[in-house]
Design a binder for this molecule. Structure first.
Ligand code: BG6
Length: 507
């Protein structure tokens, strides 16, 4: 597909991968095996890959193309879900996999890569288009960009783009520094920062739901909305990532990126057109309008928690400090909750509560928009209506859908109200599998559509919001652990909402 203006193109709606080569740095790592290769295979399964497409894996391990193919095949057998493994499809897909061993700090690696790209380019007609995917340790991102630049691989006869995985730095300063290093080689428009939450089908549907319908926007503001709760709960612990997670914590790992992007999507203004930059501009505007917490208010608007031993589903679980790779006095937040306000005309005064934690009772991500109660209590003070105001829930995972709670008359004499729910469910409405976030995002990056990628100004704005909280927590002696594995988090998070007369929903 021509690079010109892909957004006018019919492929925008039924998109296929254009001729190109995908180069994965860190190809032997977890992300490539668990997510990227299965996502690419699914694109092949859905006939979205063309013959003019090749994958080149790079990592330090010495292996041949064939050994790489074998490894990826066994990763697929382990991690492919929902789509059947088709051996004949694999034989053509697998033939498009190539491998270049090398250290990212060694200029020879890039020379070898350049030669491989030339050879594959002419064999497979990839048109000189290359998508470089950084799935290495984050500490190597800048080295890869420099290496590509020094070898002249950032330019060529076709387009060159760079996909970067989070974390984008570990605070505002390091994020800006990383960005400076990447932008020394690649222009901002060619840098695709992945926030895989934006690629989730249900998150994209928020945009369709809000701006493809006429009846919701009029009530989507401070006049009707009482508050918003965004929850990303996980029942898993740190799953072998103790060393990374110990340094990161929930605020950095989930809130700074995924949850703030969800907040931007649920709260942004309608874009004038559906084009990458108009949409991203609105998301960025929302993020910039979030009030930066003052140091003295952090204790009121932010809560850190850490799980101790507990039980989920009848299984006894260790506390965070007993996890492998975690030090026995780790001060990491495995749970974080924040209260944020957006300073614009639409949202002024409406609290947005965001929370995320590991080892909570179940895996669930959703956004609950709670509306103001009816202005008069026509059916008696104690009616359920007063206790259960209208609530719209966008269910992101594992169930995917949207529901609306409203009051209804209970059958029988008298006028007793009871809350009922109107439900839209993806599975039953569409009956098709939703593509995974990585399928969507890989395809979009190759097609040159940056709508669902984070721009640097968004990353800066998000770090700006969490930075005062990180700074305050650095000097706070939290009394950890303060919630049991399998519970809904620390009591302080309930107190945070109670200060404004609210309570967390139990999802
Ligand atoms: C990642 C975090 O970005 O998102 C992980 O680093 C977390 O800690 C994961 O488990 C959650 O993603 P998902 O798609 O399973 O909700």
């Amino acid at each position: 597909m021509a690079e010109g203006n892909p957004f006018q193109d019919a492929l925008r709606f039924e998109r296929r991968v254009p001729p190109c080569a995908l180069v994965i740095f860190g190809a032997n790592g977890d992300l490539a095996r668990r997510k990227l290769i299965p996502a690419l295979y699914r694109l092949a399964y859905d006939r979205r890959l063309m013959p003019a497409f090749a994958i080149i894996g790079i990592s330090r391990t010495r292996m041949t193309d064939d050994e790489f193919r074998k490894r990826m095949r066994s990763a697929m057998e382990e991690f492919l879900t929902e789509t059947p493994f088709d051996a004949s499809l694999w034989s053509s897909f697998g033939a498009g996999l190539h491998y270049v061993p090398g250290d990212v700090n060694d200029p020879e690696t890039y020379r070898a890569l350049g030669a491989r790209l030339e050879q594959i380019g002419s064999q497979q007609q990839t048109g000189g288009n290359v998508l470089f995917y950084l799935s290495t340790q984050p500490s190597q991102y800048a080295a890869v960009a420099r290496g590509l630049g020094a070898a002249g691989l950032d330019k060529g006869s076709g387009w060159r783009r760079l996909v970067v995985e989070k974390p984008f730095g570990h605070d505002l300063t390091s994020s800006r520094e990383l960005n400076r290093e990447l932008q020394e080689v690649f222009a901002e428009r060619d840098i695709y920062r992945i926030d895989h939450y934006l690629g989730k089908e249900t998150v994209q549907n928020i945009t369709a739901f809000r701006f493809g319908n006429g009846i919701f926007e009029p009530v989507w503001n401070r006049r009707y909305v009482n508050h918003v709760q965004i929850t990303a709960a996980e029942s898993i612990g740190v799953e072998g990532r103790g060393a990374y997670y110990q340094e990161a914590g929930a605020l950095r790992d989930m809130i700074q990126n995924h949850l703030l992007q969800l907040m931007a999507t649920i709260g942004m203004e309608p874009p004038a057109t559906f084009e990458p930059d108009t949409v991203r501009h609105e998301r960025a505007k929302l993020l910039r309008a979030i009030r930066i917490p003052r140091p003295e208010e952090v204790a009121e608007i932010a809560v850190a928690g850490q799980y101790g031993p507990g039980r989920i589903g009848g299984e006894d679980l260790a506390g965070f400090r007993e996890e492998p790779g975690v030090s026995p006095d780790a001060r990491t937040d495995t749970y974080a909750a924040v209260t944020l306000f957006v300073e614009n005309w639409r949202w002024a005064g409406v609290p947005f509560y965001l929370r995320s934690g590991k080892r909570l009772p179940k895996r669930v991500t959703d956004i609950a928009v709670q509306f103001n109660p009816a202005p008069l209590s026509l059916f008696g003070e104690d009616s359920a209506a007063a206790l259960s105001p209208n609530l719209m829930i966008v269910r992101i995972q594992p169930e995917e859908g949207i529901s609306l709670r409203f009051q209804s008359k209970q059958p029988g004499s008298g006028m007793t109200l009871r809350p009922v729910t109107m439900d839209f469910n993806y599975g039953s409405s569409f009956g098709v599998r939703s593509p995974s976030a990585y399928e969507t995002l890989l395809l979009d990056a190759m097609a040159g559509d940056a709508t669902l990628f984070a721009r640097q100004d968004m990353v800066d704005a998000s770090w700006g919001v969490v930075q005062p909280i990180l700074d305050a927590w650095k000097d706070t002696r939290h009394d950890f652990p303060d919630y049991a594995a399998g519970s809904w988090g620390p009591a302080a998070a309930d107190r945070m909402l109670a200060r404004r007369g609210h309570t967390w929903r139990v999802p």
